[in-house]
Design a protein around this ligand. Structure first.
Ligand code: AMP
Ligand code: GLY
Length: 423
């Protein structure tokens, strides 16, 4: 079976690495991919939102399954595009249809979904430019910090957390009236602030049956001690030590099960990954957000721990037979550390030569923003490359990742040296 993965980051390299281990795989394609995927698959230089070119490649290369990495094409309806096309209809797409992808595409839609299905989350109200004054009144009724969320997709930048009431009011105005995040902030959700430690839970569903994948914790801020600007993610650890059986049972009973059942009840077809961003408040899990894909860099820590054949697993998602599969998970901890370009997440340079990663033997190397040029591998993004290691506990796994990260060189290389500091 020939498979196409859409995307170009560390998540997609990890999925390619995993699929590549299956004896059921024919040829593997990644669009557009990176220098890491080019080593194990054929990269196709087309964008993830260029549906017509994706169609042409799927037909040309006789692809019989498409796995979607990022949210953008899902929210734009790539799955629906396949279902509505006579030539593509029979080709399964791993990733939800547009209607269900709105769980990530609109914060308000996600909030209403959670309310409808009694899934625990922060109290909220949403506002538009017409109801700005009501937004001010709602902010005055809350205690700081104030959480403002652009309703739509804003490349991970749409959430603001502010301590000062006047500043919160001004930001609300800037989002609604000045279009701070363009159309994405034409509507803003204001939420109760939840205080606790975060974790990510991933669910794979065929729309009926589902598997809860290993938990992970990601480190989003650029600076040590979780300070500074938000990034795509600087590192991840799986499993999360504080997510014990009792806590996981609560997550399952109060959140995972009602989410999958709610999707069915609301007629939102879903074949793919659900990423549930959670926060532990006291002893109870609450949902911060849904994403309709795997997380990055959580994937780099979670997927290597899953021992199942992913071609088989995705086949079961496509056929609706996921219930018949048992998930096998490596009990060791996996720790991922991301190397980034100097300056990221603000302005940074690309095109720096990367050396030394090929000498790493006892860790996994997943490319993110890299590009092959002539005989060289060059940096091509903010997040450049991830190192994942296994260990008996997260400290042992991390120390191996940190040891190997020293072997990789590129001008401006930066990474967080305190992944796992809060565990
Ligand atoms: P999101 O883009 O929805 O993942 O939000 C970005 C980050 O903002 C989350 O990872 C949390 O750290 C934080 N956050 C979002 N919502 C809340 C909330 N209601 N209370 C506290 N922190 C939050
Ligand atoms: N690591 C967070 C995300 O993928 O959204």
């Amino acid at each position: 079976m020939n498979i196409l993965i859409l995307g170009s980051g560390g998540r997609e390299h990890t999925l390619a690495w995993k699929l590549n281990q299956s004896p059921m795989l024919g040829k593997l394609f990644v669009a557009p991919g990176n220098a890491g995927t080019a080593e194990i698959a054929k990269n196709i230089p087309i964008g993830v939102n260029d549906f017509e070119k994706i169609k042409a490649s799927v037909l040309q290369y006789e692809i019989s399954m498409v796995v979607v990495g990022p949210e953008d094409p899902l929210v734009n309806g790539v799955h629906d595009f396949f279902l509505n096309d006579e030539d593509l209809r029979r080709i399964p797409v791993i990733g939800p249809q547009k209607a269900a992808a709105t769980l990530e595409g609109s914060k308000q839609f996600a909030k209403e979904f959670m309310m409808r299905h009694a899934i625990p989350t922060a109290a909220y109200q949403s506002f538009t430019a017409d109801t700005l004054e009501n937004g001010y009144i709602f902010l005055e009724s809350l205690a700081p910090p104030y959480v403002l969320k652009a309703d739509g997709l804003a490349a991970g930048k749409g959430v603001l957390i502010l301590n000062d009431l006047e500043e919160a009011k001004e930001e609300l105005r800037t989002m609604l009236v000045d279009g701070k995040f363009g159309n994405a902030s034409a509507k803003v959700v204001i939420e109760e602030f939840l205080d606790g430690i975060e974790l990510s839970v991933f669910v794979l569903t065929d729309g009926d049956g589902y598997k809860v994948l290993p938990t992970a914790k990601d480190y989003k801020r650029i600076g040590e001690g979780d300070t500074g600007l938000n990034t795509g993610g600087m590192g991840a650890i799986s499993p999360v030590p504080f997510a014990d059986k009792g806590f996981m049972d609560k997550i399952h009973d109060r959140i995972v099960k009602p989410t999958v059942e709610g999707l069915k009840m609301d007629n939102l077809p879903y074949k793919g990954f659900i990423f549930i961003g959670l926060i532990k408040v006291g002893d109870d899990p609450k949902v911060i957000e849904y994403n309709v894909r795997l997380g990055d860099p959580e994937t780099e820590a979670v997927v290597p721990r899953i021992q199942n054949d992913f071609v088989k697993l995705f086949g079961a998602v496509a056929n609706g037979t996921l219930d018949a599969i048992d998930l096998a998970v490596d009990t060791r901890t996996a720790a991922t550390v991301m190397m980034v370009s100097g300056g990221y997440p603000e302005a940074y340079e690309k095109g720096k030569e990367i050396s030394g990663y090929e000498n790493i033997q006892d860790s996994l190397v997943f490319h993110a923003g890299t590009q092959a040029k002539d005989d060289k591998v060059l940096t091509n993004g903010g997040r450049v490359m991830a190192i994942t290691s296994f260990g008996a506990d997260f400290k042992k796994a991390l120390s191996k990742s940190y040891e190997n990260i020293e072997k990789v060189g590129f001008s401006g290389k930066n990474y967080r040296k305190d992944i796992g500091f809060d565990l």
